[in-house]
Design a protein around this ligand. Structure first.
Ligand SMILES: Cc1cc2nc3c(=O)[nH]c(=O)nc-3n(C[C@H](O)[C@H](O)[C@H](O)COP(=O)(O)OP(=O)(O)OC[C@H]3O[C@@H](n4cnc5c(N)ncnc54)[C@H](O)[C@@H]3O)c2cc1C
Length: 589
């Protein structure tokens, strides 16, 4: 079973993502290493001892809907209660509303552990934390004072209601309506689908953040507003009042994360005899809802990236354990009697090392993204702008690369188990089933790649990304000039990869500048992987420079996996014409 890799996580935070320098510089006030280590250690204990044991029952029982009431699997409600009692929901919440205001870096590290232990559990609070951030940034003082404290503590949970049957990636198509009542409230009507934890028994109240259109709103994304719609209306003293006109009409039967209820939500259908129209309150300004929701979505993108890292970590642990138990064949390195544990076979080692290295690169990218978010928050002026750009650049990488890694590593883990991997009993298949949603939700990975090429490469007049590549090149240089043994051809491999990255980046920037965006977008997905592998290689090297025990894995990555960057660059630079030519044959509509 999963054991939280607290040391590995702490090391990556401190020595790769920059937490140690930030603590030494007093960036986070009096937060010190002792407290960081204590929080990580305790989160690791809770994830290992309390969450992980409930994973299997969650997967097997799933959430169940009866008469508009959703019941979570046996023991999950009590688990949630213990979890909020431990203060975990409030970890990075605003202090003003009872949060501990710890850095995002710590929040995502803890999130990794909850998700490794049970991704269907981790996803619920992720949405609450996103709702807290959106309300804190955009809601009126009246809404904040009524809702934030209970959302920060986790006493109530939050949801994110964007998707409708005809509006998935393209939110311009959404149709849910909001009619002003005249007393400051609105009546919301419409159907939302795929709403995570839209209904459940964890908390007494559920606070939905819902995108809808006002009657005179302009078409497209500029006519979307954001509303807060509670399941139960809340009195001025915080007490729960009338049931609102919103209910769950169906639960999806899914490939994975079975314990996480994925709900069809109906707004304004006169539920339980209520006057039709769910009562909602505007968050931010009319028709500016998408910008407010983006606060929640950006937060959730990094959190979903952590799910990729999390499942990859859990799958790797399980595969290494199995490979040390299962015996088949003979191996040169095995001197014992009988058949060798399969971990002795070089091909199995290659698979396990690929899993380990990919997991660590995805973790490093995600934590570096969190570091940039934190520094943007605590700094000012040009420095804050620099860190905002960095967070913006790294967010699509953290989301898309990490979740692709989650699927790839879970698939490799299943492979290490042989036939038993395909059998549910081992649990390897469950990781694979769970991991598969993460590249889809929170903006598909295809949409992340488009975001990277169209909106993130132009940051800072197109120069921010080159400054980032220069920083990575400095790490390659530090490897070259270090006296440490065991790096092999790491420095050369990194230099080559960063050269390919630089070339591909300039190529895409030129296409965009020339108005040839379709050609640029043809290479978006290979480019996202290219930049992630190159950055990941440099991050592993940074870790290896700080801890010699990490040199071997860094070298394995550089000499075995980084070469793919060349093929990816060819796809970016040479792939568009053939793609367009062959693509025509696919189109019938
Ligand atoms: C288990 C689960 C939980 C979810 N939780 C929530 C939730 O809590 N709240 C919520 O609001 N939604 C939620 N969703 C919805 C999820 O965010 C959407 O499924 C996702 O955004 C994709 O939308 P879609 O399914 O309509 O796919 P589509 O938008 O139809 O996309 C289909 C394919 O086309 C590609 N594509 C679409 N448009 C473009 C384009 N312009 N350029 C290039 N490629 C494109 C996509 O990348 C994808 O591969 C959840 C979904 C699931 C399955």
């Amino acid at each position: 079973m999963y054991r939280a890799p607290v040391e590995d996580i702490a090391f990556t935070l401190k020595h790769v993502a920059g937490l140690k320098s930030a603590l030494d510089a007093g960036t986070f006030g009096d937060l010190g290493e002792d407290l960081v280590d204590a929080v990580l250690g305790e989160a690791g204990r809770f994830a290992t001892d309390e969450v992980a044991p409930l994973y299997k029952i969650g997967d097997e029982q799933g959430a169940v809907l009866k008469d508009a009431i959703v019941t979570t699997p046996r023991g999950w409600k009590e688990l949630y209660r213990r979890w909020i009692d431990g203060g975990w929901n409030a970890l990075s919440g605003p202090e003003e509303y009872g949060g501990q205001a710890l850095p995002t870096m710590l929040g995502v590290a803890a999130l990794e552990m909850w998700n490794s232990a049970a991704m269907a559990f981790g996803i619920g609070p992720t949405l609450t934390m996103g709702a807290v951030e959106a309300l804190d940034k955009h809601a009126s003082e009246a809404l904040k004072s009524k809702y934030l404290e209970k959302l920060v503590s986790g006493e109530w949970m939050g949801t994110m209601n964007l998707t409708e049957p005809q509006a998935g990636s393209d939110l311009a198509a959404l149709r849910a309506r909001a009619e002003p009542v005249g007393d400051g409230t609105y009546r919301i009507f419409g159907q939302k689908i795929f709403i995570t934890y839209g209904e459940h028994d964890f908390t007494d109240n559920i606070i939905h953040l819902v995108l809808a259109r006002l009657p005179d709103a302009p078409a497209g994304t500029r006519g979307i507003s954001l509303f807060l719609v509670p399941k139960f209306l809340v009195g001025d003293d915080g007490s729960l009042g009338t049931r609102n006109d919103v209910f769950c009409s169906g639960l999806e039967h899914k490939l994975g994360i079975h314990a996480s209820p994925t709900c069809t939500m109906i707004y304004g259908d006169g539920f339980g005899g209520a006057a039709p129209g769910a009562i909602g309150w505007l968050i931010g300004e009319e028709n500016k809802g998408l910008a407010c929701m983006f606060t929640m979505m950006n937060n959730a993108r990094l959190s979903v990236g952590m799910q990729g890292v999390a499942v990859a970590e859990a799958a790797t642990q399980k595969a290494i354990a199995y490979a040390n138990e299962r015996r088949q064949g003979k191996a040169a390195t095995y001197v014992g009697a009988g058949m060798a544990p399969i971990v002795h076979h070089p091909d199995v080692q290659r698979t396990l090392l690929t899993m380990k290295a990919l997991t660590q690169t995805a973790r490093a990218i995600s934590y570096c993204c969190a570091h940039a978010i934190d520094l943007a928050r605590v700094s000012a002026g040009d420095e804050a702008a620099h860190w905002r750009d960095r967070a913006n650049l790294l967010t699509p990488l953290a989301k898309a690369f990490s979740t692709d890694v989650g699927v790839e590593v879970a698939s490799l883990g299943l492979q290490v188990h042989g036939g038993m991997g395909f059998i549910e009993e081992t649990g390897a298949a469950a990781f694979y089933r769970d991991a598969r949603i993460a590249p889809i939700y929170e903006g598909t990975n295809g949409i992340q790649a488009i975001d990277l090429v169209m909106r993130k490469l132009p940051l800072g007049g197109g120069e921010h990304v080159h400054g980032f590549i220069d920083e990575l090149a400095a790490v390659a240089n530090a490897v070259r000039t270090s006296n440490l043994e065991g790096f092999g051809r790491t420095a050369d491999a990194l230099d080559k990869a960063l050269g390919e990255l630089s070339e591909a980046t300039r190529f895409l920037q030129k296409l965009s500048a020339d108005g040839r965006s379709d050609e640029a977008l043809s290479g978006a997905t290979p480019y996202l992987k290219l930049i992630s592998l190159a950055a990941g290689g440099a991050y592993l090297a940074q870790g290896a420079l700080a801890d010699q025990d990490r040199i071997a894995l860094c070298r394995f990555f550089a000499e075995n996996l980084l070469g793919e960057v060349r093929a990816l660059k060819d796809r970016v630079v040479d792939g568009a014409e053939s793609l367009a030519a062959a693509g025509k044959a696919l189109i019938s509509a």
